[in-house]
Design a protein around this ligand. Structure first.
Ligand code: M6R
Length: 608
């Protein structure tokens, strides 16, 4: 979604801002803009479309001023256009502002401001902020911003520069992340550390309802009650190398191929082979409460929701604790019935998904234990939960989530194993699962060796307009995930179904033009899945089956097969998903789609 960058220091701001905006491109956007203070004027440029266009537009200009702010916009209020792009300015053109989030009461505020004579240029909710600041400005910009924000309902991460106080940037946040990079006589700001990591790894994370005045040498933080806040410097948990493509054609391919390492990193130091259990440091303080929970509710969105469904199977199977899985967007608004013996767990790669964050807040309001499984260290969900576990998958840049998913399932397996061992699971069974978990990275490596073969299947797929994905038990959520990957990056309509549900409707779609992907590993429902394969074949459907090595029964029936190594039933999703990620990736490549930045999508969905 929207991205923010800011710079103040001795260097010209424009190259630093442009570079930062490029690093945020992966988040998805439709327009971009910059504002810089130069020779006592506020220089501003913005444009619809890609950053490349903006770069061309300013390449011949000699703008070397500082400070400056930049923004990539993902449209919510008003179409993608130059006028609606940020930065926005006040009536005098002396204040410029960029904003992430949504101002919910903007209509009322806009009417009041218009009645006072303020003239609006755009259709955005954001523009009210800069006019409010203008209205309140007397001789102290910080005070004016404070007063403006006190009137605002909704979420914001904002940067403000002004000719009134040209040697500083103001930043404020509520619900939209902002991080300050501390350099030597210079400061950087961004909505995501990726935009500034090449300049500094010393950062200050802003908290909700804080407003910060930043000069090139110092930072003064206050909260919206105008009380002083002391901030401390932390280290960004990744480096520049980890956010680069390193020779891969796309981030998505790099991230798929990283999975042997990232799944290992998720287990590192947590898996206890001898004892046949796991230890998760982040949960130790709440472990007793968690293990005594009468019910666990896992809430998430998108791919993380699919991981949650696998978590339900894992925790119920290994630990016999009842689990419910809820879309965060539903959970937050349906006044869920929760009791003090319940635990709510949010799963989120970014840790910033607005609905998941709101679901956690709802749970905490109701006094239940709230846990987070996040990848991004220091993210809002990680900070707002009572306890949690980091995935340690490293930065995920491709909009289509891949390595975060496998790390989520590994982490859920560790939690299920540890809970299970304290409840019903024998040491012997625990050791067997722990051994299987340990061998997962090596097995993923083996699957990745089939990439060229999967690419040939993808070519066939790329000529189709629809596909059906079927799976049962632990692999039903994998069917959902495989279908989601296919539709989001290749724009082929794909549906995931529990295989047995096919005959209750989707079977009507099956003919020779409908490719069907079936996950058919030798687990407790193998024979049933073979029957489902027969049903598809009988209707002329084309079948790609994901099977275990040396499977002969399905080889005879399917049109194509991809083999995966054998593992414990409950861990198969970590393997079966990998060929489906590759299939979606290569199909999108054949279709010449923008794999890493699919249309209309954003990496982290920070609005409802
Ligand atoms: O950052 P989160 O895990 O909370 O994100 C949730 C979804 O927005 C995300 O998984 C989305 O569905 C991805 N594009 C899937 O590839």
């Amino acid at each position: 979604m929207c991205g923010i960058v800011g710079y103040i220091g001795k260097r010209p701001a424009v190259p630093i801002l442009m570079n930062g905006l490029k690093r945020l491109e992966y988040r998805g956007y439709d327009s971009a803009g910059l504002a810089v203070i130069q020779n006592e004027t506020l220089w501003l440029t913005k444009r619809k479309g890609k950053i490349r266009g903006l770069e061309r537009q300013i390449s011949s200009l000699n703008i070397d001023g500082t400070p400056g702010i930049g923004h990539t916009r993902w449209a919510t209020h008003g179409e993608p256009s130059k006028i609606n792009a940020h930065p926005h300015t006040d009536c005098t053109g002396r204040i410029a502002l960029v904003h992430n989030g949504i101002i919910e009461n903007y209509r009322l505020l806009k009417k009041q401001l218009q009645a006072k004579g303020h003239v609006f240029q755009s259709e955005t909710d954001t523009e009210v902020l800069v006019h409010l600041i203008e209205m309140f400005y007397k001789d102290d910009l910080g005070a004016a911003i404070l007063k403006a924000l006190q009137l605002v309902e909704g979420t914001f991460g904002i940067l403000v520069i002004s000719l009134y106080e040209p040697d500083r940037i103001f930043a404020a946040r509520r619900g939209s992340p902002l991080v300050i990079g501390v350099g030597d006589g210079e400061m950087f700001l961004a909505s995501d550390g990726a935009a500034i990591v090449e300049h500094t790894r010393n950062v200050i994370y802003m908290e909700d309802d804080e407003i910060v005045m930043i000069s090139s040498e110092e930072i003064q933080a206050r909260n919206l009650k105008d009380e002083t806040v002391i901030k401390s410097v932390e280290e960004l948990p990744f480096d520049l190398e980890s956010i680069q493509k390193e020779g891969y054609a796309h981030y998505m391919l790099k991230e798929i191929r990283e999975q042997p390492r990232t799944t290992l990193d998720s287990m590192r130091g947590r898996l206890l082979l001898e004892e046949g259990t796991a230890k998760l440091g982040g949960l130790q303080n709440v472990w007793d409460r968690l293990r005594k929970s009468r019910r666990l509710i896992i809430t998430a969105c998108g791919t993380s929701w699919h991981a949650a469904l696998i978590g339900e199977y894992l925790i119920e199977t290994l630990a016999r604790i009842p689990v419910e899985v809820e879309y965060a967007s539903e959970f937050r608004y349906r006044d869920p019935v929760l009791s003090e013996n319940d635990t709510v767990m949010a799963i989120s790669q970014s840790g910033e998904t607005a609905d998941t964050l709101a679901a956690i807040r709802e749970a905490r309001c109701k006094g239940v234990l709230a846990l987070g499984l996040c990848n991004v260290v220091g993210s809002s969900i990680a900070r707002e939960t009572d306890a949690g576990v980091y995935l340690h998958a490293g930065p995920e840049i491709g909009v289509a989530s891949t390595k975060a998913f496998t790390s989520q399932v590994v982490t859920l397996a560790l939690i299920a194993l540890a809970l299970g061992r304290e409840r019903f699971l024998s040491a012997e069974d625990g050791r067997s699962i722990a051994r299987e978990l340990k061998s997962i990275p090596e097995k993923i490596l083996g699957i990745l060796e089939h990439a060229d073969y999967i690419r040939t299947i993808a070519e066939k797929f790329s000529h189709h307009h629809q596909a059906l994905y079927l799976g049962r038990g632990f692999n039903y959520p994998v069917a959902l995930e495989g279908a989601l990957k296919m539709k989001e990056i290749s724009y082929i309509h794909a549906e995931g179904y529990p295989a047995a549900e096919m005959k209750h409707g989707p079977i009507a779609l099956i003919d020779k033009n409908m490719p069907v992907v079936i996950i058919a590993v030798r687990d407790g429902v193998y024979d049933k899945v073979i029957s489902n394969i027969e049903e598809v074949k009988a209707r002329g459907g084309w079948i790609l089956a994901v099977v275990n090595q040396n499977d002969t029964l399905i080889r005879e029936r399917a049109d194509e097969i991809v083999e995966i190594p054998v593992t414990a039933n409950c861990l198969t999703p970590i393997l079966t998903v990998v060929p489906l990620q590759l299939l979606a990736y290569y199909t999108a490549v054949y279709k010449k789609c923008d794999v890493d930045q699919p249309r209309n999508l954003a990496k982290s969905v920070t609005v409802e």
